[in-house]
Design a protein around this ligand. Structure first.
Ligand SMILES: Nc1ncnc2c1ncn2[C@@H]1O[C@H](COP(=O)(O)OP(=O)(O)OP(=O)(O)O)[C@@H](O)[C@H]1O
Ligand SMILES: [Mg+2]
Length: 465
């Protein structure tokens, strides 16, 4: 059952019993009795539901009013900061796929989204596993068979993203043959990130050399070679010892060889196409380079989208015809294995950029989704902005404590599982199966257990990649 609109009419029943009975009543939840739906992440849906993506079904019974089996949706009208945590194999990457499927243009009409205004999604893929978003699950792939059976049971058709562009770093391993090369422009990397990347203090002779070089080249598209040439010329730095210049020279040479940079590298507007999903497959990069690429994308997104919304506001206020840039009004950045690029205790370019992204993101139409198996390792300044959380199975107490601290509502305090009563949320998290999670939503009075729907596209986690 679902909203009695359009395609979303008839999900399979799938769940009619559960071993889980929640004892705490739910005081506040956005429940639409018509069609038995729960909407997370925002207010009511009004007369005609729109901007909703389908994520699964409520999987808890209750002693008071039960929502067991109700269809669960996320309202994507507003920017979100979503935190997905869980151990290996608990379903985090799967969730990212579910969200991207709901947000992106699909090859065939589907009931997994309702009137979603076209947005752009950018997926930072540390394991190079999301290329399969371009493909429906296949009957002749053994690992896809269970997924196809589940889709049938849920009454959801297999599908594929109609515009999914895959980026691979130069020299990295592609899978499809039509991947785009991911290279970044040296001019997009600010002075402090160059210093960090080359292991230099900003206020040191080496930091000074880098700063002067960037200043000199700032009015042109430049390559690492251009930087090397400028730094290699002692006359440009009469008061700096050769050793300082050489220190940077050697490190820059390494980057020149790695081919991560190119003066005509990625233009952010290539990612800002409505309905498009851009997958950045970063597995072959070193962690510091993954962080650099992520930082650059985050920074460019908030600069461009911030400017777009500023222009739009002015045009709307003065009732001027809109001459604003041609970009979607909303962008989602999704980062799998987020602890790699935004660790808590290590200074990294992405950490600072993401802090700014979440702080300024709301006004710029930017959403962020972070997934990690180490919730205690992700920077708190980013996590303090979370408004929606997907908590999958966790085992270690430190990780559980960190994950629970960022749940934006009250954790469930009492759950009966096949007759046994649990009074500790940690114990509840420990017994979840893959694909089951507690959803924490700041507009719902407590966490609610949800079974995530099957993926409509092939899940890369299945495939030998
Ligand atoms: N909602 C779901 N429905 C059905 N199966 C699921 C679901 N979520 C996860 N699974 C199963 O669990 C497996 C692992 O899921 P996933 O790749 O998302 O794990 P992960 O949490 O990202 O793990 P890792 O930390 O190792 O990357 C999937 O390949 C799939 O078999
Ligand atoms: Mg994963």
């Amino acid at each position: 059952m679902s909203f009695s609109t359009k395609l979303a009419d008839s999900f399979g029943k799938v769940i009619d019993s559960t071993p889980y009975t929640a004892v705490d009543p739910i005081v506040k939840i956005n429940y639409i009795a018509k069609g038995n739906n729960v909407i997370f992440g925002g207010h009511g849906v009004g007369q005609s539901p729109h901007n909703l993506i389908y994520i699964g079904k409520i999987f808890e019974g209750a002693q008071a009013k039960s929502y067991l089996g109700a269809d669960a949706w996320v309202n994507v009208s507003f920017p979100h900061v979503i935190y997905v945590s869980g151990t290996r194999g608990s379903g985090k990457s799967f969730d990212l796929g579910v969200l991207v499927e709901g947000l992106s243009s699909l090859t065939n009409p589907s009931n997994v989204s309702i009137d979603v205004e076209p947005v752009s999604t950018v997926l930072i893929d540390m394991q190079s596993q999301f290329w399969t978003l371009r493909y429906a699950p296949r009957h002749d792939v053994e690992q896809n068979k269970g997924q196809l059976d589940a889709l049938k049971e849920w009454n959801i058709q297999p599908n594929s993203l109609s515009n999914c562009v895959i980026y691979v770093p130069e020299g990295g391993q592609g899978f499809l043959g039509d991947e785009k090369t991911l290279q970044i422009r040296p001019r997009d990397v600010p002075h402090e990130d160059w210093c960090r990347l080359l292991g230099q203090q900003i206020y040191s002779p080496q930091g000074h050399v880098l700063g002067e070089t960037l200043r000199y080249l700032s009015d042109q598209a430049f390559s690492i070679e251009d930087m090397l040439n400028y730094i290699g010329n002692a006359r440009n730095f009469p008061n700096i010892p050769d050793a300082s210049r050489n220190a940077i020279h050697y490190r820059l040479l390494e980057y020149n060889e790695s081919k991560l940079f190119h003066k005509d590298g990625l233009d952010i507007s290539d990612l800002l196409k409505p309905g498009q999903c851009s997958v950045l497959m970063l597995r072959d990069l070193r962690d510091e380079d993954k962080s650099l690429v992520t930082a650059l994308i985050a920074r460019k997104l908030f600069t461009v989208m911030g400017e777009y919304h500023r222009q739009k506001k002015v045009a709307d206020f003065f009732k001027q015809p809109s001459k604003v840039m041609d970009v979607p009004s909303k962008v989602w950045l999704l980062i799998d294995e987020a602890h790699v690029v935004a660790p808590k205790d290590v200074d990294s370019p992405a950490r600072d950029a993401l802090v700014e992204y979440v702080k300024r993101g709301r006004d710029a139409g930017l959403s962020l989704v972070l997934a990690t198996q180490q919730p205690s390792a992700v920077d708190d300044r980013i996590l303090s902005q979370v408004n929606l959380s997907f908590n999958h199975r966790l085992a270690f107490q430190t990780d559980i404590a960190a994950a629970v601290a960022r749940v934006p509502t009250k954790p469930l305090s009492c759950l009966k599982v096949s007759g046994t009563q649990l009074n500790d949320f940690s114990d509840m998290l420990r017994l979840l199966e893959s694909g089951e999670c507690f959803l924490g939503d700041h507009s719902t009075s407590r966490t609610v257990m949800v079974k995530i729907r099957p993926r409509i596209t092939a899940h890369g986690g299945y495939s030998p990649v």
